[in-house]
Design a protein around this ligand. Structure first.
Ligand code: AMP
Ligand code: ZN
Length: 113
């Protein structure tokens, strides 16, 4: 837990978010500034700064599995989706609490800008 971390505060319920799924160790909520019709963030409850600090590969696997569950619930599993972990500066990470972006609902450009 990190006192002032934005996503820790969402996990604690101190900042409102549109939660779409929860598990024992993660939550999924809609991105406040969506880059696609479906844009959900999948976040571990534990404060982990980035993929570089994710020492438990099974936790990372559970985050990906939750992203896939949400894709199914949102009805985009067949049309397709992207799961992205932005990591540190060059990866475009702005919130330093590990999260996966689930993006879907339109054709996504590749490579991303
Ligand atoms: P990243 O740039 O990979 O660190 O992603 C951080 C994401 O968090 C961005 O897509 C932001 O739009 C999103 N974000 C920032 N503040 C909030 C918030 N209060 N609720 C939901 N999403 C947020
Ligand atoms: Zn945090």
């Amino acid at each position: 837990m990190s006192e002032n971390c934005l996503f820790c505060r969402i996990v604690r319920g101190e900042i409102p978010a549109t939660i779409v799924a929860t598990t024992d160790d993660a939550i999924a909520f809609r991105d406040i500034d969506p880059k696609a019709p479906v844009h959900v963030l999948v976040v571990p409850r534990e404060h982990i700064r980035s993929l570089n600090d994710a020492t438990d590969p099974s936790l990372v696997g559970r985050l990906v599995a939750l992203a896939t569950d949400v894709a199914r619930k949102e009805g985009v599993a067949e049309s397709g989706y992207r799961v992205v972990f932005n990591t540190n500066e060059h990866g475009g990470q702005t919130v330093h609490h590990l999260h996966a972006h689930l993006l879907a609902g339109r054709p996504l450009n590749w490579p991303p800008g």
